[in-house]
Design a protein around this ligand. Structure first.
Ligand code: CLF
Ligand code: SF4
Length: 501
């Protein structure tokens, strides 16, 4: 069948798949997962890097209260454990939330997951959270349920979660050492008392670890989020990664601290900086030796709707939903067809990728070459293909090409060049900001790139490229890498017996 909206692009794309090597550790390892786990993650845009090109998630903001204080959070805004600070979501009642989910599911059939991630802590509001899940599991059993929590109230809620078929839980674990924790959490609310300092961190850590073990014992997939705070837990997160992996966490998502002073958080007001792109990548790479790393998180808002990185929430305000006439039984049929079509497309790309890896592996033995890695930025609207105009992109995906193949590194946000006007923020133009965000990249691949930004991009050492429109991202990145190699832009040395893949 014809895939709707975001996937038309993918359907038109050249068939093929990844040129070689890896497309991100998560999906590399996906192929080796047992079937029952693979089934749980293959349609979840956060748990599978590949799925995030096709499937959407939504959050409903039903959980306003929180039971701890994090130094990177201002209570006026959403929970920063999974949200960008400085974003406010409208709080919904459970029945409003269910109505909204049904409306989104009927309109965006690619939406497979409903998460509760704030605006406070999901489990500090158990009645509202579980009422939403209960109603939804009755009315829309095809939607996966997902929870994000700071973990303090987790152990007492694990039993209840397993009742609603919640298969995915995120715990934000920033430390396993209370001395580090005391620098992140000024207090917790525990047994009707406010507890401060090291003691508070000790209790929180114990609850998080206990909750993690209980979830794993129930067969629930656990993702651990950690906020990277330079000078506070940057040296400590490798240990966190090892410990949570040893306890059975499925995925680790190291996210950058965002600490702009205007958000009014403790860290923002005291000048605590966030990590650079390079620091974030280095830590993710260091942790990757121990477990699957998530690199495609967009730190969504507590009422986010759509593909990761896009926000269609404005289409589903309460007044708009009230006017919608939804036949969910009919919608479920359409959703099943769309999901089957996407899964078929993903499977054919996976098979194509596997056969290419084998081919490159054979060629690699003959070539025996090692070339330096190159970062490239890609503009995409989804579907795993290059289908976004340079000037319309509000974010770029970053890929690393090397002799070992292509791997996904992360994303960088910007202001669309065509919408940025002359300047944005502190007098910096949208183009200047994009060039600054793409530092370290040697090419930017888009469906089209205009004449005006071409020169400044080239001058900054970023080669604009609009020649691979509608191609599968990994194929295009590898093709550009090969062109660079053929043009002598990569230092090549011959290595005896070196395998490429
Ligand atoms: Fe939401 Fe979180 Fe579930 Fe995803 S988000 S509750 S696991 S459905 Fe995903 Fe958004 Fe990152 Fe969260 S990109 S912030 S990791
Ligand atoms: Fe804020 Fe979330 Fe931390 Fe609560 S858990 S203080 S809402 S960041």
């Amino acid at each position: 069948m014809q895939l709707p909206v975001i996937n038309n692009a993918a359907s038109e794309a050249k068939s093929g798949g990844c040129s070689s090597g890896s497309c991100g550790s998560t999906d590399d390892q996906m192929g080796h997962l047992p079937d029952h786990i693979r089934d749980k993650v293959k349609n979840h845009p956060c748990y599978s890097e590949e799925a995030h090109h096709y499937f959407a998630r939504m959050h409903v903001a039903v959980a306003p209260a929180c039971n701890i204080q994090c130094n990177y959070c201002n209570r006026k805004y959403d929970c920063s454990n999974e949200s960008r600070p400085g974003v406010v979501s409208e709080v919904l009642k459970p029945e409003q939330a269910v109505k909204k989910v049904l409306a989104v599911a009927a309109t965006i059939p690619q939406m497979t997951v409903l998460g509760i991630a704030g605006p406070g802590d999901a489990l500090a509001n158990p009645a509202r959270t579980f009422e939403t899940f209960r109603k939804l599991s009755e009315q829309a059993p095809d939607i996966k349920l997902c929870v994000s929590t700071n973990g303090l109230a987790l152990p007492e809620n694990v039993e209840e979660m397993s009742r609603y078929n919640i298969d995915h839980v995120t715990i934000t674990i920033n430390c396993v050492d209370p001395d580090v924790g005391a620098q992140i959490y000024p207090w917790i609310f525990w047994n009707n008392k406010r507890i401060k300092g090291r003691e508070a961190a000790e209790i929180l850590i114990a609850q998080q670890q206990k909750g993690l073990e209980m979830l794993v014992a129930k067969g629930i997939l656990v993702k651990v989020n950690s906020v990277l705070i330079p000078g506070v837990n940057d040296k400590h997160l490798e240990e966190v990664s090892k410990i949570v992996k040893a306890k059975g966490a499925f995925l680790h998502n190291v996210m950058p601290l965002i600490s702009e002073a205007e958000h009014g958080t403790y860290y923002g007001l005291t000048g605590q900086r966030g990590p650079t792109n390079e620091e974030l990548q280095a830590l993710q790479d260091a942790c990757a030796g121990d477990m699957n790393m998530m690199r495609h998180c967009r730190q969504c808002r507590a009422d986010a709707v759509g593909l990761l990185g896009e926000d269609r929430g404005a289409e589903f305000t309460i007044d708009k939903i009230e006017e919608m006439d939804i036949d969910y039984v009919e919608a479920m049929k359409m959703r099943a067809e769309v999901h089957a079509a996407i899964n078929e497309e993903m499977e054919s790309k996976r098979l194509a990728k596997e056969s290419k890896v084998q081919l490159v592996s054979i060629q690699g033995v003959q070539k025996n070459e090692v070339t330096r890695p190159v970062l490239m930025a890609v503009a995409t609207k989804g579907g795993g293909v290059i289908n976004e105009h340079f000037g319309h992109a509000s974010e770029f995906l970053i890929y690393e090409a090397s002799g070992a193949g292509v791997r996904f590194i992360g994303h960088r946000r910007t202001i669309p060049y065509c919408e940025g006007g002359d300047t944005c923020g502190d007098g910096e133009s949208a183009l200047d900001k994009t060039i600054r965000e793409l530092a370290g990249c040697e090419a930017v691949l888009c469906s089209k790139v205009g004449y005006e930004p071409w020169g400044p991009l080239e001058a900054a050492g970023i080669q604009p490229n609009g020649e691979h429109a509608m191609e599968v991202i990994e194929d295009a990145v590898m093709a550009v890498y090969e062109e660079m190699r053929a043009a002598g832009k990569l230092e090549v040395k011959v290595v005896e017996q070196q395998k490429v893949a």
